[in-house]
Structure formats: structure tokens, C-alpha cells
Design a protein around this ligand. Structure first.
Ligand code: C5P
Length: 181
């Protein structure tokens, strides 16, 4: 959805920065792209631009954990534990929610498989968001690895805006129209 949102934002005439992992998807010309590989790099890239953003829309499915130890050179079979120790990555959206200034709009996504609206509502509050896009990824044709999506937009003032199954670009257009009105 991030690339569809970037395209729809360019259509509206917004100045757009897109921070993403190393993907092969293409965006409309005029979108400034920054590629990152880790959650720490994405946090740094987001913090670099956040103060100058009117809208920050976080659609990335950031990995929640990373290996606790990274070896400098190849490990031999016998040197490796069969249990991989993990630690948590930073929650970028929560960090941005802490830093949000008045007038800035922070939008998150919640990919859920159960209790979608109540989970989305909780994340909206916990992460100090203005809007959250709740995505039931258990539905066919929705979310990951699909050109279509069907979502519900929840607002901090109790707004509930269902967006029917449509191509992702169309979902992104409706989403931006709603949050920028
Ligand atoms: O809590 P959960 O990971 O489901 O929240 C999803 C939202 O949080 C998405 O907007 C995602 O981009 C963001 N996120 C983040 N940093 C993480 C994990 C998720 O900003 N480490």
C-alpha cells in the first residue's frame, strides 16, 4: 500500500518522500525515494524528515525482531546454536507519535487477522496516531501480495470509514481524500 499511497499523494500535488525496503516496485516521477534494509535504518530515515512533514503515513510491515548477535565472519556448523536469539526492533511509529508536533498528522496501518477494529483502535491510542488503516489480511484478495485491498479507516475522533474492495491506488486516493479534508 505504501507505493500506492505515494502515487496518490503525487497525484494530489503533494511533495512526497518514500522510505522503503529494497523492492522492485516503481513510483510516479517526482517521488523522492530512500532505500533502507533494517528497522534501525528506517527509524533514522524517518527521524531525518519527520519534523518537516505535514503527513507521515507508515504502511511498512516492519519486522518486529532482529538477531541479537550478528557474526563478523562465517560461523562454522559447530559454532552455531540451533536457537536463534532475537531482540525487538524499535517501534518507529511509536517514536514518531512521541515526537509529533501540533498540526502534524500521523497515520499508521494495522494488518490484522482477528478482532481487527478493536486491535486497530488500541494501536491508534497507544501510538498517538491521528488515523489508522485497519487491514483484515485474512480476507481473500486483501493486503499482502495483491493489487487490491479493502480497509477500514479509524480516526482519533471516532470516525469509522470503510473503504470497499478496490485497486490499491483507488483505496489510497480515498484514504488521502478523507485524511486531507
Ligand atoms: O503494532 P503493529 O506492528 O501491528 O503496528 C503496525 C504499524 O506500526 C504500521 O503502521 C507499521 O508501519 C508500524 N511499525 C513501526 N515499527 C515497527 C513495527 C511496526 O513503525 N517496528
Amino acid at each position: 500500500m505504501g507505493f500506492a499511497v505515494a502515487d496518490a499523494a503525487r497525484e494530489r500535488g503533494w511533495e512526497v518522500d518514500l522510505i522503503s525496503g529494497p523492492v522492485t516496485l516503481e513510483v510516479k516521477s517526482g517521488v523522492r525515494q530512500t532505500f533502507v534494509e533494517t528497522a534501525d535504518e528506517m527509524l533514522a530515515a524517518c527521524l531525518d524528515i519527520f519534523a518537516s512533514c505535514d503527513f507521515m503515513i507508515m504502511a511498512a510491515a516492519v519486522c518486529d525482531h532482529k538477531p541479537a548477535l550478528v557474526a563478523k565472519s562465517k560461523l562454522k556448523k559447530g559454532e552455531m546454536s540451533t536457537i536463534l536469539e532475537l531482540e525487538q526492533t524499535p517501534d518507529i511509529l511509536t517514536e514518531l507519535g512521541r515526537r509529533k508536533a501540533s498540526g502534524q498528522n500521523l497515520v499508521g496501518f494495522a494488518a490484522e487477522t482477528n478482532d481487527c477494529l478493536s486491535n486497530g483502535e488500541r494501536k491508534l491510542r497507544e501510538k498517538n496516531l491521528d488515523w489508522i488503516v485497519v487491514n483484515d489480511v485474512s480476507l481473500p484478495e486483501c493486503g499482502f501480495a495483491s493489487d487490491f485491498n479493502e480497509v477500514t479507516l479509524l480516526g482519533r475522533n471516532g470516525e469509522i470509514v470503510p473503504i470497499d474492495l478496490s485497486p490499491k491506488l483507488e483505496v489510497a486516493r480515498i484514504l488521502l481524500e478523507r485524511i486531507d479534508s
